[in-house]
Design a protein around this ligand. Structure first.
Ligand SMILES: [Fe+2]
Length: 307
């Protein structure tokens, strides 16, 4: 695949220092200048000052210079204005307002998975006379990589054209007339674009090893501030991942996820259009209203109309 991963996100927030502390608590490694790294993905988050919260930039990695030429050719074909240098192609999606930067990047080199230990199940007792490995963990949770980003678009059709026909994302699944789950790697989705009354960042999602790391990470964050809770623990139907969503001090949601579907053979995957509750989840607590329409949505709409 010429596109092969998300490289980074740049998020604009009005309260950079406070939000930076949150992402440190979330388990990202703080670098200089409000930049943050994951274990496997390197530098993947940058916070910048902005009057209101928003996704400023989305970085996508490609394999080589020919891939940049291919992206440029596709943008030309669909009438998208872009800038190209030997290192990158840059364009702005009209529906989300996000600056998309495609650059040549190394693949994420996943360090080995931890030994999770044997599990017990009915008729399959693997862990004999011993406590579970997961309950012995006491190290802080450290996300492995940035997995996906969800953004609201005021022009879903234009955004889909931009990201699918222009950038080159593939469609993994969709929600009728509402959203598309798109991938630029073997992960089920790296980008979800959803119809919205205002462009906004819904959430960023960060991969951890397993469901225990989701629980441990969320518990640590909530022990510091229970108001950070948004929705979880649960399991999505689309993408199959376990999830727990929390909220940063600017109002952006951040998700710990584990065990997402991986699409390694495009020919064998059948995208589906979902229109029932499975569009949201397979199991978990009831979906909170604030997950569907964040509390500050009206405020963001007002600001968009009176910038
Ligand atoms: Fe997500």
């Amino acid at each position: 695949m010429s596109l092969h991963r998300l490289t980074s996100v740049c998020i604009g927030v009005p309260n950079v220092a406070e939000t930076a502390s949150y992402y440190e608590d979330f388990g990202l490694t703080r670098l200089a200048d409000n930049r943050f790294a994951t274990v496997d993905g390197g530098e993947q988050l940058r916070l910048v000052a902005s009057p209101r919260r928003r996704l400023v930039e989305l970085g996508i990695g490609v394999a080589d210079p020919d891939d940049l030429d291919s992206v440029a050719a596709r943008f030309t074909a669909v009438g998208v204005t872009f800038e190209q240098t030997p290192e990158m192609v840059v364009a702005i999606d009209p529906g989300t307002g996000v600056r998309v930067v495609l650059s040549i990047a190394d693949p994420v080199d996943a360090s080995p998975a931890p030994v999770t230990g044997a599990q017990n199940a009915p008729g399959r007792i693997e862990r004999l006379t011993a406590r579970a490995e997961a309950i012995e963990r006491d190290n802080p949770v450290r996300p492995r990589k940035l997995g996906h980003v969800v953004v609201g678009s005021t022009d879903l059709e234009a955004s889909e054209r931009f990201f699918i026909k222009g950038v080159g994302f593939k469609v993994s699944d969709s929600i009728a007339d509402a959203a598309s789950f798109l991938r630029c790697s073997t992960d089920h989705h790296n980008l979800l674009v959803q119809a919205a009354p205002v462009p906004f960042l819904h959430h960023t999602s960060w991969q951890v090893e397993d469901v225990d790391e989701i629980g441990r990470g969320a518990t640590a964050l909530l022990n510091k501030d229970p108001a950070r809770h948004v929705w979880g623990l649960g399991r999505h139907h689309i993408g199959s991942n376990f999830f727990w969503y929390l909220k940063d001090p600017a109002g952006n949601f951040s998700e710990y996820y584990a065990d997402m579907d991986c699409i390694v053979d495009d020919q064998l995957w059948r995208p589906e259009v979902w229109s029932d509750i499975r569009a949201l989840y397979s199991w978990g607590p009831p979906v909170p209203g604030a997950f569907l329409a964040p509390d500050d949505l009206v405020e963001l709409m007002a600001a968009a109309h009176n910038p």
